[in-house]
Design a protein around this ligand. Structure first.
Ligand SMILES: CC(C)(COP(=O)(O)OP(=O)(O)OC[C@H]1O[C@@H](n2cnc3c(N)ncnc32)[C@H](O)[C@@H]1OP(=O)(O)O)[C@@H](O)C(=O)NCCC(=O)NCCS
Length: 328
């Protein structure tokens, strides 16, 4: 049917659905903004089956991070339709982006993405088709992959006994005493990993205040003769009663090459198993074949992959993502 105004046929769905969101930027979310962001994150997680932003970004959204970030909120009328968080303290900058399920395929994600300087990298968690399609549509390239490996204790072979080299013993972390020494070893072990290596005292303190923190789950390997010095550590995390995570394994470079990696990893796994955990995951960079080999040798298999995307910048050599991660 047509009239002098043209065709009356229904316009394609996308025509009506496109929205140009109103943006609000802030370094610190108000209580109302924070509640809206956390609700959006929860709705996306329920829809996608995976948390849309990292633990670090979630801490920042909750005002519990030691790092300065910018929050960009995209509103459609009074609804929070999308959320972008930009952390420029790391390398060339990294961002996390999520659109409320009810506002997807309406251009909100692309609008938020256009707020980022060229070269800023965007995380996509959980290997989702939407992120892949979105990245392709926006000309983004994969610049880094972070693998999620997992193992159930009842699936793989029983855990071997952790055997430490002579002169080294394991003990629990002592809150209020071991933070700076742990940070020293973490910074040295992750010197080439911008994110993990730059972890600050405020970052550690924020995690120690989380409900999951347990000093007995942060295992330190120390010289028997010098127990205040950390040679290696394994920070485990209980994600729930039955799920654990190898959160950070770090060996001081002065102690690397002495076969500490395997027993330190086993110490944490044994702890998690004894706490009743039956499934353990870990994150490892796709370009770290040595770590991948150790974990696969311990029975871990690939569960998922997180990807970092960036728009290629013709003026910048994009060969190195130049950053590591919280984790191994
Ligand atoms: C990925 C995400 C941010 C996309 O947000 P969005 O507002 O729906 O994206 P847009 O409307 O701007 O989509 C732009 C284009 O991306 C592509 N795209 C978006 N979602 C897609 C999907 N589910 N499947 C295939 N392609 C998709 C399409 O080409 C789309 O254009 P079209 O709708 O005209 O076909 C959103 O799905 C989301 O929040 N996912 C969970 C968090 C996440 O993965 N973030 C990482 C982003 S890299």
């Amino acid at each position: 049917m047509s009239s002098k105004f043209g065709s009356r046929r229904a316009a394609p769905a996308w025509w009506n659905r496109r929205v140009t969101p109103r943006l609000a930027r802030t370094a610190l979310l108000s209580a109302d903004q924070q509640a809206a962001v956390l609700a959006l994150v929860a709705a996306a997680q329920a829809e996608d089956g995976v948390a849309p932003i990292s633990e670090q970004a979630l801490l920042a959204a909750r005002g519990r991070s030691g790092r300065a970030v910018e929050h960009v909120l995209a509103y459609a009328d009074s609804d929070l339709a999308g959320y972008l968080q930009v952390d420029e303290t790391i390398g060339t900058g990294s961002a996390e982006l999520v659109v409320a399920p009810a506002y997807r395929r309406r251009g909100v994600g692309s609008h938020l993405l256009r707020q980022l300087p060229t070269g800023t990298r965007v995380w996509a968690h959980g290997d989702l088709e939407a992120a892949e399609g979105f990245a392709a549509a926006n000309g983004l390239e994969i610049v880094r992959e972070l693998w999620v490996l997992g193992r159930r204790f009842d699936e793989a072979a029983p855990l071997a006994e952790p055997v430490l080299p002579d002169g080294l013993v394991a003990r629990s972390f002592r809150p209020g005493r071991d933070e700076d020494e742990w940070l020293r070893v973490n910074a040295a072990a992750f010197a080439s990993h911008a994110e993990q290596g730059q972890m600050t005292r405020a970052d550690v303190d924020a995690r120690m205040e989380e409900s999951w923190f347990d000093p007995d789950g942060l295992i330190l390997v120390v010289p028997e003769a010098d127990p205040d010095t950390v040679a290696a550590s394994h920070w485990t995390k209980r994600r729930s009663d039955r799920e654990g995570e190898i959160y950070v394994v770090a060996v001081d470079p002065a102690y690397q090459g002495k076969g500490l990696g395997k027993p330190v990893t086993l110490l944490g796994l044994t702890y998690l198993r004894d706490m009743g955990v039956d499934d353990v995951i870990l994150y490892v960079d796709g370009d770290n074949p040595a770590a991948l080999k150790v974990y696969r040798g311990l029975g871990f298999t690939t569960r998922s992959v997180d990807r970092m995307f960036a728009r290629p910048d013709p003026h910048v050599d994009g060969s190195s993502p130049g950053s590591g991660t919280m984790r191994t």
